[in-house]
Ligand binder design. Sequence first.
Ligand code: M6P
Ligand code: ZN
Length: 197
Amino acid sequence: MQRAMMDGISDLPISVQFDFATGIFSPYADISERRMSDLKEMFYDQSVVAAAMALDNPIIYEIRYHPFLTSVSDMGLGVTRIFPGKVGDEYHMTKGHFHEQPNQPEIYFCVRGEGYLLLETRVGEFEAVRWLPGTITHIPPQWAHRVVNTGADILVFVASYHLAAGHDYAPILAHGFAQIVVEQDGAPALIPNPRRI
Ligand code: M6P
Ligand code: ZN
């Protein structure tokens, strides 16, 4: 079948509408919830993770997706809402991933809330970018990316990427990022990842 005849492909401009009050856009093609059980290896306090999974396995964040497929391109839009909260003293965060394809970047745009974008290369260069509403970060190829919500509100960010980029979670599952973000004396602090010490 020709690509132009496949489902959902259009070579015409398409718009969706984002609601700043809720952090939800519509229409969207798909929604994905990430619960504690989906992130169980990611948080360092495994006893808190086990207790939360046994209790109500809470949603940590949710992502609404829309693919913009044309006959020659595959731009993806993702809007993620990270709910406020902590696992022990570690703030809610996304799993984080590298892109499978080595030449694929991404744009992340923080529209609501506050926190950090953690970035790390496969050879261990690390950056933590303070994130506030309006911060837009270009994530270069080969930098893993994770967003941490350190505020009392939801953190909402918009992501734009090529679907062909793919997600590689394995290195993050294996050893996380160089630093984690925890509450210390009532404020967010970046500390070395205990799994790497
Ligand atoms: C953004 C994009 C998606 C990603 C999502 C959640 O919307 O980067 O590709 O899936 O954030 O991040 P993660 O996959 O790390 O849980
Ligand atoms: Zn990505």
